[in-house]
Design a binder for this molecule. Sequence first.
Ligand code: PLP
Length: 428
Amino acid sequence: MIYKRSSALFAEAEKVIPGGVNSPVRAFGGVGGTPIFVKEAKGAYLYDEDGNRLVDYINSWGPMILGHAHQPVVKAVVEKAKKGTSFGMPTEIETKIAELAVSMVPNIDKIRFVNSGTEACMSAVRLARGYTGKDKIIKFAGCYHGHSDSFLIQAGSGASTFGTPNSPGVTKGTAKDTLLAKYNDIENVQALVGANKDEISCVIIEPVAGNMGCVPPKNDFLKKLRALCDANNILLIFDEVMTGFRLAKGGAQELYNVNADIVCFGKVIGGGLPVGAFAAREEIMNFLAPLGPVYQAGTLSGNPLAMAAGLAMLQELNQDAEVFSRLEEKTKYLHEGITKVLAQNNVTHTINRVGSMISVHFDEAEVIDFDTAAKGNNESFKKFFHGLLNAGVYIAPSAFETWFITDALSYEDLDFTIEAVNQVAKTL
Ligand code: PLP
């Protein structure tokens, strides 16, 4: 494939945008080469600036669960835009999407809309601290909750009682209030809670981790966390930015039958526009300004275009009783197909999958946390990524990312992908 124009555009971008990208995950730092510039997208496909067609397994990192340029979403945005793009005043559509979200997700009474997943998680933690009157939080190594200071805590050797900033600019004072735990290791969380008695406001977790590849919770981990939080007056925050409205109508809470105290959303809830949200029972949400003392705000929060896109997306997911099982079937088909061709080519691998989230790891050990995810053979991943790209299949340019399956993918697209994996596997 030719990427002449993408390369030229990247060279231009680098002059005026740090690293040529507005979010680091878009750079090809982990795999080498230069990023692909997208011209347009429709359904399951991206079309780049050089005229290549790519079957898309990133889908804007999750939101495009029904495919790109999905007509009901596009129509809703266009119609809204004609009537004004922002007012900074209440609009009816905000209540409509709030009512629908609250009706779809278990265990929440009220929801506040923000502009990104980062804002959702950052605000959820502030609310938890304000509500409980405690400062410390527990997060899990390998989980990502956006780029707010409290979450940018190193996942490696600093993963012990007190966090270490892994980004200059995060102060030691902030880092010391973030305690790092091991995913899927309840004893580790218990030990942290025991060592910090009455100091921990909340445990924040991706209920299915998607930022170290896809890592499912094992052995009732979420239920055990729930019980631990209950016993210690700690709020449990599910960061459902990836899993919300993707794994089920009610997200991971519904799938695993575990209630969180605060739930964060992003990605699907905005239909591809910049939206995040956090939600909880009434008594917790009423702690927020203007009712309560915890301040949280946003000039563009509840933006009419973003709400129109999100509402159109949620309406469709709510009405289509089969959508989540269809997504699961497609992902299972892909999982089985890839497993078969990698095995045929003697490629050492592990595949993790929950619903429509899936990741391929080049190591045969089970991937259950950040340490095991980090053991994957990165050289194999680089070859895998570039081989697939050359064959017209676009996965995330990092071994630590989940593939997001869209309902726009046909079984022909999946077969095309499996054959591409087969060809690439011969080179690994
Ligand atoms: N939480 C999770 C689980 C995410 O995957 C992400 C982004 O990928 C975020 C939070 C941050 O969302 P945003 O990039 O919209 O700020």
